[in-house]
Design a protein around this ligand. Structure first.
Ligand SMILES: NC(=O)c1ccc[n+]([C@@H]2O[C@H](COP(=O)([O-])OP(=O)(O)OC[C@H]3O[C@@H](n4cnc5c(N)ncnc54)[C@H](O)[C@@H]3O)[C@@H](O)[C@H]2O)c1
Ligand SMILES: [Fe+2]
Length: 382
């Protein structure tokens, strides 16, 4: 069996990367941008940093910002109508995972009108055509949606987050500019950074992992572990390193999958609107403990990448514990709550566990699991 690997056509990294948007748009002969962003990013002038680049070069655009965090089917449908009315020929997604994921769904539906029913895109959909070309500008250092083939849309009626996997949605160009992230408040920086760490750890131990993806994930763990605290303190170096670390994690997990940390986090986003990174960060150490028996010696390398010393002299139990402790410590240091007590209502656990079991990320988990075991994991955290 062969392994597939998909990445952006081009990616720009570093402060000022967004300035390259103008040359890329002109070089590709695009005439009008449909800019997908969210209302807060518009209000706080983050989207404007990209609009200024377009205006300075006389490039036309239209802004669509009817996008909420944990974006909904309705956000996508309204986006599709707005795109059709706009006369645009490419999309610029400016935002976190919510804006980028909405942009992907819009781009896919415009290019594949047979899939106008957003629900038909859940899982791996057999779309025929590539998305409308997308330029992606992340403003959080977390989801790496600018380099992934996934997008996540909430079905409000069914209280369900749909994970959609489609190689045809990958943004053609990513502009990973830490200056777009510097306005993130501490809590958001911490949560989105822990989402990136979760991608790196789940991607490293997922069932489909192989040597090429391991290389990205270990490097991502190392960069994130050493720089997330600094990013939360808003240092330029911390921001720059987190921008890169989360992207490298995305290069990996997009190609191999994740596990049940994400499966268990998605229903919390759907039912309680819990920020995605917060949910992952709380769940990660508990699921790491659960998964440990199915991970061979991988936790030794996770521990090393997290900065733990003397792992070579440790027993299997010791380095597995050290890896989990290091993750828990980082989470605590950046202010993530220790458990789900404030989030999960006990009576919802049967629904949450079934929903997590049905999630598209679950088959990637390194340890075979069941609704009953996922139920126990939720109970352990409340
Ligand atoms: N496509 C993927 O591969 C993938 C991977 C993981 C998660 N996701 C999805 O992405 C979504 C989460 O995305 P997210 O964590 O990036 O957050 P988000 O896009 O939902 O944004 C959260 C909030 O942060 C604000 N914000 C974003 N950037 C900011 C900045 N620079 N300054 C100030 N405020 C800023 C936004 O306005 C918003 O209110 C979830 O729906 C999740 O399921 C997708
Ligand atoms: Fe995630």
């Amino acid at each position: 069996m062969s392994n597939r690997f998909i990445l952006n056509e081009v990616a720009y990294h570093g402060p000022g990367a967004v300035k390259e948007i103008a040359a890329e748009a002109k070089g590709r002969g695009f005439s009008k941008a449909f800019v997908c962003s969210d209302p807060d990013l518009v209000k706080f002038g983050v989207t404007k940093k990209v609009l200024d680049v377009l205006e300075n070069d006389g490039l036309s655009y239209e802004v669509y910002s009817n996008i909420k965090a944990n974006p909904t089917i309705e956000n996508v449908q309204a986006g599709v109508e707005a795109f059709k009315a706009s006369g645009a020929d490419y999309i610029i997604a400016v935002g976190g995972g919510s804006s980028m994921d909405t942009a992907k769904a819009v781009g896919i539906i415009i290019a594949n009108p047979d899939f106008a029913d957003v629900r038909s895109l859940e899982g791996v959909a057999p779309t025929a055509n590539k998305s409308v070309p997308i330029f992606a500008v992340p403003t959080t250092a977390g989801t790496a949606a600018e380099v992934t083939i996934n997008y996540v849309i909430t079905d409000v009626e069914k209280n369900r987050k749909m994970v959609c996997v489609d190689p045809k949605d990958i943004p053609v160009v990513a502009f990973v500019d830490p200056d777009m992230m510097s306005s993130m408040p501490k809590g958001l920086t911490a949560a989105t950074g822990m989402d990136a760490l979760t991608h790196a750890i789940e991607g490293y131990i997922t069932a489909g992992a192989w040597e090429l993806s391991d290389m990205f994930h270990l490097k991502a763990i190392e960069i994130i572990a050493r720089s997330l605290r600094d990013a939360v303190d808003n240092t330029p170096k911390g921001r720059e390193d987190m921008a890169l670390g989360q992207y490298i994690a995305g290069m990996g997990f997009s190609n191999v999958g994740l596990g049940i940390v994400h499966s268990m986090a998605h229903p919390l986003g759907a039912l309680y609107d819990t920020p995605h990174g917060v949910a992952n960060a709380i769940i990660l150490p508990t699921v790491m403990e659960y998964n440990a028996p199915a991970t061979g010696d991988k936790y030794k390398y996770i521990a090393q990448a997290m900065g733990v010393e003397d792992t070579e002299s440790m027993s299997v139990e010791e380095y597995r514990k050290a890896a989990v402790d290091a993750v828990r410590k980082l989470s605590q240091d950046v202010g993530i709550p220790a458990d789900l007590k404030e989030i999960v209502k006990e009576e919802d656990i049967p629904f949450l566990a079934q929903s997590a079991y049905d999630d598209a990320c679950r088959p990637g988990n390194p340890r075979e699991t069941s609704v009953e075991e996922i139920t126990e994991l939720y109970k352990k955290m409340i």
